[in-house]
Design a binder for this molecule. Structure first.
Ligand SMILES: [Zn+2]
Length: 568
């Protein structure tokens, strides 16, 4: 099927170079030579054909004809976006043929204001790949076509005892498939098919069989430019269909329902945050239109009318450029359920050095706040809508990071819960990260999401929880319950005993690192200065005792107002 051509997906000739963005997810509107190896670029705003002029953030284009030498590229009409403003943020590049993976631009960037809401974002690039095609993007791209190829591959790799069932739940406004994938052990289904809801599953292929097990629902890319969420989802699917004991246990105990791309038109058109009509689809869950927001209408009706009785987890994957780690947006619930609600995010921190519990937001405010641009409320987001309509505790937006400009925290070792043996693994201790693209981060956080689900239900065959001071999920839940209570009433802190409120000791973590000789890896300032951008990965077998992180009480529910701040 031919899709409508976008003006910003084109070929642009200058007197020396040919720029091109005529491909899925491409976005480059103009290229002008302004000096020797210097070019000014314009990108298209999301849904600009509707007269909307915001979110000039996503860019993705290629260049032909570059020679060995230094180049400077400047996007002269960028939006005010917090990510651009960080001197640590770098765009990604890739040469074809030449590079297998996307890499960070290593040279300096510059971000200055032209006039309100129009900014210049520049980067330098030393070309060592003459005559190749060199591509640049805001973040590692993950297009609609890439998704279709990935799903074909995963389907072909699926083991014989694993169900991997693909259905088109609806068509996008442009006519692209919005797929829903069912993954589980083949034993977890009844002989009866799921229903067909009005407007959903219009193809004549058989519907999935009904689940006999609890359902975990995962979606991604409602915001098209948040590509890290797709890489997270890749890891999740790879682990779910693998022989890893965690994948096998998850398949045996749950049925996974996954919509990997909720906004395929926005992705394909090279948008950052909205669909072709300028709509933020993650504000439409309260009452989506079958005709205007078909993917959201389909997801909502599928969840509420077909799988609601079995649904135990709702996870919507996003990415952000504002906080310093990965985190979740959760809902504000009365105690004692709030302890259970926050448990998942604390487990994510235990399972991943990239994830930070203290950055998570469970505030009442973040359930109702309005976007500064379109004033649509977060009550229309998936995680709030399903908490409200289904009273679902485990309902989250998971925010992966575009980059992490801080040192990672240590995590406890993974222990085989049957044998009690510690697993030998490559642990990640990265210093002063500039995580624009890092496959390790996507793999780690994706695995942590699944491990944390297993930990919530105490069925993780390779858990880190036993190596923490909490030992098991009940103690951890009690600890979080105490934290929530003291957060609401700080005076309570004094009346609680030490055992009721385990206190984090940053000294303990630091001392254990010092003893193991690893402190210098994390803290050496001269190394940090010399090599800010390089990631260091070291192999070690954890010998320190993990204790909870510092800052146990003063969870801040700040929401920043910067235009560049992206909300779930
Ligand atoms: Zn988002």
């Amino acid at each position: 099927m031919d899709f409508e051509k976008q003006p910003h997906q084109c070929v642009l000739n200058t007197e020396t170079l040919q720029f091109f963005s005529d491909f899925d997810s491409g976005n480059l509107l103009r290229a002008i030579k302004v000096g020797h190896n210097q070019y000014e670029l314009l990108i298209s705003a999301d849904a600009s054909n509707k007269g909307l002029n915001h979110y000039r953030i996503w860019f993705y284009f290629g260049i032909r004809g570059m020679k060995k030498g230094s180049y400077r590229f400047t996007i002269i009409n960028a939006s005010n976006f917090k990510l651009f403003a960080s001197p640590l943020y770098k765009p990604v590049w890739r040469a074809i043929p030449g590079s297998v993976e996307w890499q960070r631009v290593m040279q300096t960037t510059c971000y200055t204001m032209n006039f309100p809401n129009s900014y210049r974002f520049s980067w330098n690039f030393d070309c060592n790949f003459p005559d190749n095609e060199v591509y640049f993007a805001l973040a590692p791209p993950y297009s609609y076509e890439h998704l279709v190829k990935s799903l074909d591959l995963y389907e072909s790799l699926c083991p014989w005892d694993c169900a991997f069932y693909r259905e088109v739940i609806t068509k996008s406004l442009d006519g692209r498939n919005v797929e829903i994938i069912t993954i589980s052990s083949k034993k977890n289904f009844s002989g009866e098919r799921e229903e067909r809801e009005v407007g959903l599953f219009q193809s004549s292929i058989h519907r999935s069989f009904k689940s006999l097990k609890p359902i975990v629902f995962i979606s991604a890319r409602v915001h098209p430019g948040e590509t890290p969420s797709s890489y997270l989802l890749d890891t999740i699917i790879q682990l779910l269909i693998s022989k890893d004991p965690r994948g096998v246990t998850l398949r045996s105990n749950f049925v996974f329902k996954i919509i990997p791309m909720l906004n395929p038109d926005g992705v394909s058109r090279g948008h950052f945050r909205v669909d072709q009509n300028g709509i933020n689809l993650n504000r439409c869950y309260a009452s989506p239109s079958m005709f205007d927001h078909p993917s959201i209408y389909a997801a909502k009706n599928y969840i509420e009318k077909i799988i609601s009785s079995s649904l135990c987890f709702y996870l919507d994957l996003h990415a952000h450029g504002s906080k310093k780690s990965c985190f979740v947006y959760g809902n504000f619930i009365d105690m004692p359920r709030q302890a259970e609600n926050e448990l998942f995010s604390k487990l994510l921190e235990i399972n991943s050095p990239y994830f930070d519990y203290m950055d998570c937001d469970f505030s009442e405010k973040s359930m109702t706040s309005k976007d500064p641009k379109d004033h649509h409320s977060k009550e229309g987001s998936g995680r709030v809508a399903f908490f409200r309509s289904l009273n679902l505790t485990f309902s989250y937006t998971i925010e992966a990071a575009f980059y992490i400009p801080k040192t990672l925290h240590p995590i406890p070792p993974m222990v085989n819960t049957k044998t009690g043996r510690r697993c030998s693994e490559v642990a990640v201790v990265e210093k002063f990260l500039v995580q624009v693209y890092n496959r390790l981060m996507f793999i780690d956080v994706g695995a942590a999401i699944l491990s944390s689900i297993l930990d919530v239900f105490s069925i993780n065959p390779l858990s880190r929880l036993g190596a923490t001071e909490y030992k098991n999920v009940e103690v951890l839940k009690e600890y979080i319950g105490n934290m929530v209570l003291t957060r609401k009433n700080p005076k309570l802190k004094k009346s609680l005993s030490r055992s009721e409120l385990p206190k984090a000791s940053s000294d303990k973590i630091t001392e254990n690192f010092r003893r193991s000789g690893r402190l210098n890896i994390m803290m050496n300032q001269s190394d940090r200065n010399n090599d800010v951008a390089r990631n260091t990965v070291c192999r070690f077998r954890s010998s320190y005792k993990y204790s909870c992180r510092p800052k146990t009480i003063d969870l801040k529910y700040k929401t920043q107002k910067s235009i560049g701040e992206q909300r779930d």
